[in-house]
Design a protein around this ligand. Structure first.
Ligand code: NAI
Ligand SMILES: C[C@]12CCC(=O)C=C1CC[C@@H]1[C@@H]2[C@@H](O)C[C@@]2(C)[C@H]1CC[C@]2(O)C(=O)C=O
Length: 256
């Protein structure tokens, strides 16, 4: 399924996106790594081999940047089969800070929605144009889109109102996207990860990590980004998976 395929991964220079890039390349896909200019995408591509991967500096909220990435994809690899949306950010503020008498900044709320929700949609709306140019396989399929939400879309914690809303938006758009794109044989599936061992979580004090790990029923540990990448491969390989969000969380239900 991945041998000879071309995949575009946003947020591909770090964490879950990076593990996905590495896994897809290992499975024989060419990969276009889209991430911010300040990211380590270029180094990653050099390590993987610049024939198998290409870094394009992209802010997912920019139409121009995403178009540029699609042009590079077409010019270098001739087609696009899969999009994996991993780019994302978060802030941690309560709706109102009653000690400081200060409301959640509207700018911060909008920023998280803009990158996570609008950025994801921006890449999909432009990227499916190129996927739609593929010849359909014997099942009528032309390509697959995999998005990244979070368990926060369902059990957002205190201080996660912007993040949870942004991820809820991704869960909410999954079915209508799948319906909109069904006529072209393009599937859309969202993964909602729990707690994964990426730079953000690794940087927390050991005590906090141990506490977070304990909150996961089984296996009681942080997820390995490779396990996320493994699910991306399964989603791409299974033609009946469509219009659904899959939790990948060891049965974690986050507390308030
Ligand atoms: N690590 C975890 O436990 C979980 C992560 N997630 C989600 O998974 C995704 C990946 O998270 P991690 O790998 O942990 O984070 P990370 O911070 O390691 O990677 C995110 C990448 O997105 C890039 N990025 C940020 N804003 C961007 C923009 N505007 N345009 C292009 N690229 C941009 C960053 O430069 C970075 O390379 C995010 O959407 C996050 O919300 C969801 C649930 C759990
Ligand atoms: C806010 C959390 C949990 C409590 C803590 O001591 C430290 C944290 C910082 C990283 C957060 C933690 C948790 O809320 C889950 C997320 C938001 C985590 C970063 C990614 C995270 O795993 C996620 O996106 C879950 O959906």
């Amino acid at each position: 399924m991945l041998k000879g395929a071309v995949s575009l991964v946003t947020g591909g220079a770090s964490g879950l996106g990076k593990a996905t890039v590495e896994h897809l390349v290992k499975q024989g896909s060419k990969v276009v790594i889209c991430d911010l200019p300040s990211s380590k995408g270029s180094e990653l591509s050099k390590t993987l081999g610049e024939d198998k991967s290409t870094f394009v500096p992209v802010n997912v909220t920019s139409e121009q940047d995403v178009q540029q990435a699609l042009e590079v994809t077409k010019a270098k690899y001739g087609k696009l089969n899969n999009i994996v949306n991993c780019a994302g950010i978060g802030v941690a503020y309560k709706t109102y800070n009653f000690n400081k008498n200060r409301a959640h900044s509207l700018e911060d709320f909008a920023k998280v929605i803009t990158v996570n929700t609008i950025g994801t949609f921006n890449v999909i709306r432009l990227g499916v144009g190129l996927i739609g140019q593929n010849e359909a396989d014997k099942d009528g399929q032309r390509g697959v889109v995999v998005n990244t939400a979070s368990v926060a879309a369902y059990d957002g914690q205190m201080g996660q109102v912007a993040y949870a809303a942004s991820k809820g938006g991704i869960v909410g758009m999954t079915l209508p996207l799948a319906r909109d794109l069904a006529s072209q044989g393009i599937r859309v599936v969202t993964i909602a990860p729990g707690l994964f061992r990426t730079p953000l979580l690794i940087s927390l004090p050991e005590k906090v990590i141990a506490f977070l790990e304990k909150s996961v029923p089984f296996p009681s540990r942080l997820g390995d980004p490779k396990e996320y990448a493994q699910l991306v491969e399964s989603v791409i390989g299974n033609p009946m998976l469509n219009g659904e969000t899959i939790r990948l969380d060891g049965a974690l239900r986050m507390q308030p």
